[in-house]
Design a protein around this ligand. Structure first.
Ligand code: BGC
Length: 442
């Protein structure tokens, strides 16, 4: 694989790292911000989910701004927002400022969640596109692990510990901002702005001089209409089915329950009677499983294809959730098996739905509509994420763990059937070939 492509993908994936960090860091601060700001349980829920509302707005803005100003400039803006959010939330003395800073962080997460995978998909050679876009997911889970770990290290630093936990994010934000100066603009965006010579220079570096000319012609062919796209274009009969696939996959990624574990792991373990220390260690085990199993997806996604990974992964998630649910029904939740089933479930997610959904969403749409199409699918993803994270504690209390995890298991089964029946295989083809095939066969 071309080292230059790897370098620019890693830089873009720093956006994913900040996304992961920012969504996970809050879990370690909860016990300290709740008394500091005098929050009720409901107040805490809203404070924690304020970030998610920012995300939804961020994706919407990035879908438009990414087309207008380019992927790179808008990612730079996200880096600045991450920095302001880190400093702002860490130095807040009043709840209103804290929430405002978290919403700004959410805007940045939203922007990064669409533009990092989009940018990587647009600069990646077809043969490695799956692995390269999956690197963004690797960065997300590394970000989550770093957050769990720095929270753990900073917990004993006194009454301002939560401020330090939040401030950590300023460092990768600065790194992202400055390293973005090293990356070129997406060749597909450059062609859309009729800057073909610049696009050719980038393609020569990413795909080699031999195929650059051919690729440029193919991209030009797909971007013949020089009018900026609008959201309404997504309702064209040939595009509508792709939008449905994008939205449904995005929603399934969330309603199969991954963030019930990601956001609430310490709470789940504590509710089963574990000590704080052991709850934290188990949470770190989750963080490590995330990272290790994402490598499996990176290794196999371009060889076995997206669909097979999704099918095996959803099947595995379903089985582990059935197992977890039965432990609750049998009141056997005090042993090691809870951890084993949770780790098995996480491992299956990380080798499948975690990375693959982002990859497929970045590949489904034609060049002219990618930004808008991705933003609709990813907004659906964040809305589903928000609903699940607000509903989960209520479900656990009102329905019990047994029924709650049983529901998620059944949703995994539905996801498996949906993927099997409706999701197209996208491996190995250029985005332009996909555009041709996907919009023709519909
Ligand atoms: C999901 C996030 C999740 C993360 C870590 C991502 O693919 O979109 O919601 O927190 O993976 O598992």
């Amino acid at each position: 694989m071309n080292p230059y492509v790897i370098m620019i993908s890693v830089i873009a994936a720093l956006g994913g790292l900040l996304f992961g960090f920012d969504t996970a860091v809050i879990s370690g601060t909860i016990n300290f911000i709740q008394p500091y700001f005098g929050l009720s349980e409901a107040g805490l829920g809203w404070t924690v989910s304020s970030l998610l509302f920012g995300c939804i707005a961020g994706v919407f803005i990035a879908g438009k701004a990414g087309d207008h100003y380019g992927r790179k400039k808008v990612l730079m803006l996200a880096a600045m927002l991450f920095f302001i959010s880190a400093v702002g939330s860490a130095s807040s003395h009043e709840l209103i400022y804290f929430i405002a800073a978290r919403i700004l962080g959410g805007l940045a997460v939203g922007v990064a969640s669409i533009l990092s995978p989009m940018y990587i998909a647009e600069i990646a050679p077809a043969k490695y596109r799956g692995s390269l876009v999956s690197m963004n997911q690797l960065a997300i889970v590394v970000g989550i692990l770093v957050a769990f770990f720095t929270n753990y290290l900073l917990v004993d630093t006194g009454i301002n510990n939560w401020r330090w936990m939040l401030l950590v994010m300023a460092a990768p934000a600065i790194l992202l901002f400055f390293s973005l100066f090293l990356v070129p603009e997406s060749p597909r965006w450059l062609v859309a702005r009729q800057r073909n010579n610049e696009a050719l220079t980038v393609l020569t570096k990413t795909s080699g001089a031999e195929s650059a000319g051919k690729e440029l012609l193919e991209i030009e062919e797909t971007l013949k209409i020089h009018k900026e796209s609008v959201f309404r274009d997504l309702m064209a009969p040939k595009i509508k089915p792709l939008i449905y696939i994008g939205i449904i996959l995005a929603v399934f990624q969330q309603i199969t329950g991954i963030n019930t574990i990601m956001y609430y792991a310490p709470k789940i373990f504590a509710s089963l009677g574990d000590s704080n220390q052991s709850a934290l260690l188990q949470t770190l085990a989750i963080g490590c499983t995330n990272v290790v199993f994402t490598f499996i997806a990176i290794a196999f996604i371009d060889r076995f294809g997206r669909k097979l990974l999704l099918l095996i992964g959803s099947g595995g998630m379903m089985l582990f959730l059935f197992g977890l649910s039965s432990l609750y029904f049998m009141k056997q939740t005090s042993g090691i098996m809870v951890l084993v089933f949770i780790l098995g479930y996480i491992a299956c997610f990380c080798a499948s739905l975690g990375p693959v959904v982002w990859v497929v969403i970045a590949e489904l749409f034609p060049n002219r509509l990618r930004s808008k199409g991705m933003s609709v699918a990813i907004i659906a993803l964040w809305i589903a994420c928000t609903i699940v994270s607000i509903a989960f504690p209520i479900m656990l209390e009102k329905l019990s763990g047994g029924i709650t995890f049983l529901i998620f298991a059944v949703i995994c089964l539905a996801n498996l059937l949906y993927v099997w029946r409706y999701v197209p295989e996208t491996k190995g083809r250029t985005l332009e070939e996909l555009e041709h095939i996907l919009t023709k066969n519909l």
